[in-house]
Design a protein around this ligand. Structure first.
Ligand SMILES: Nc1ncnc2c1ncn2[C@@H]1O[C@H](COP(=O)(O)OP(=O)(O)OP(=O)(O)O)[C@@H](O)[C@H]1O
Ligand SMILES: [Mg+2]
Length: 352
């Protein structure tokens, strides 16, 4: 594989937990991101999946330079951007842009579409000469499949899917190399989701973009991701190429997430194993010792209480080099078929 465009190493974001107003006393920390490593290759899409509160948006904000990490490095094209400030940081930020989850709240209702999409040029005036902006915004509208004539309209005049296209156009305004899409379709109707995912896929090829695509649901990222990382309580617990994760998951958490993905085929539905996780996700301010998933895991043993499992290819699969040989942070990783094969999932009609 070519040199990664982005390399994240030991990324940590802890928010101090304080008591008192006048004499703020730190009583702990919310460990939103607690040691995350991954790479992103040029032109690749990495899907990041996990339940609410596992730290996905925090990772996104750190990558886009909207927040500073507590520890760790974010290397963009060979340069650690967490050490940059001022002009140098601003210049790098241009290259990593975010598309937000909710197109209803992320677009200012009092601004025209033209002003919204052109807003990045206010922050980076060097990116577009003033006289050129309108033309650029119209071109961006066209690129995301909206009529350039809409430039003077307001967000409320658009549907959810169209609004997300506006958000995507804004993300593209500075011609970034990386797009961090934080649940870009979660707020949209299911019927619209595929259209927006397809648009993102087309733009990726057209502009040679690298994507970090964040989602709750493993079924959404499958269509767009080359690789997937599954997060739990601030850490990646399993990562691999999408066929490895979907068809040969070895971490119990991934297996449970996959078993919750709806299967249209009634026959396949009947034959698969369904794993229901018990209990709630622990608070990121009070992370369990050892394996952080152990409090909800049906396989947990004494070892899991005391020993943190490393994110590495499990010994059992190391020599086989098969699809199960991908990093998984479980002491008792094993392959488990929890979803029916691809064919039965895609043609939703079932047998006969
Ligand atoms: N500024 C902050 N101060 C304190 N805690 C925070 C802050 N931002 C996030 N958190 C906490 O960090 C944890 C991770 O939050 P984050 O928004 O990254 O999760 P997420 O995976 O994006 O969740 P969701 O799927 O709901 O969007 C949560 O427990 C959240 O409450
Ligand atoms: Mg989020």
């Amino acid at each position: 594989m070519a040199e990664p465009i982005l390399e994240v190493s030991g990324l940590v974001k802890h928010y101090p937990l304080t008591r008192g107003v006048l004499f703020k006393k730190q009583i702990g920390a919310v460990k939103a991101v607690d040691g995350v490593d991954f790479t992103l290759a040029q032109g690749e899409t990495l899907g990041i999946v996990g339940e609410s509160g596992c730290g996905k948006s925090t990772v996104a904000r750190l990558l886009c330079g909207l927040e500073r990490p507590t520890a760790g490095t974010i290397t963009f094209k060979g340069e650690d951007i967490t050490r940059l400030s001022g002009k140098a940081l601003k210049a790098v930020r241009r290259n990593i842009q975010m598309v937000f989850q909710d197109p209803y709240t992320s677009l200012n209702p009092r601004m025209t579409v033209g002003d919204i999409i052109g807003e990045p040029y206010d922050i980076h005036p060097e990116a577009a000469p003033k006289g050129d902006r309108r033309r650029r915004v119209q071109e961006l509208l066209d690129v995301v499949g909206l009529d350039p004539e809409y430039i003077n309209r307001y967000p409320h005049q658009f549907s959810g899917g169209q609004r997300q296209r506006i958000g995507i156009a804004r993300g593209l305004a500075l011609r970034p190399e990386i797009i961090v899409a934080d649940e870009p379709v979660s707020a949209l109707d299911v019927s619209i989701q595929a259209q927006v995912v397809n648009l993102l896929a087309r733009l990726q090829t057209e502009f040679d973009l690298s994507y970090l695509f964040i989602a709750h649901d493993l079924s959404i990222v499958r269509h767009i991701s080359d690789r997937v990382a599954v997060m739990y309580l601030g850490r990646i617990v399993e990562t691999g190429r999408d066929s490895e994760i979907y068809d040969h998951p070895t971490h119990p958490y991934t297996q449970a997430l996959l078993s919750a993905v709806p299967v249209p085929d009634p026959d396949a539905r009947e034959h698969r194993e369904r794993i229901i996780l018990t209990g709630d996700v622990p608070s990121p301010a009070d992370i369990p010792s050892g394996c952080r998933f152990r409090t909800r895991c049906w396989k947990a043993q004494e070892r899991c209480v005391v020993e943190v499992p490393a994110l590495a290819v499990p010994a059992a699969f190391r020599d086989a080099a098969g699809p199960a040989a991908h990093p998984s942070a479980c002491h008792f990783a094993e392959e488990k078929q929890v979803v029916p094969p691809e064919e039965s999932r895609l043609n939703g009609n079932g047998p006969g």
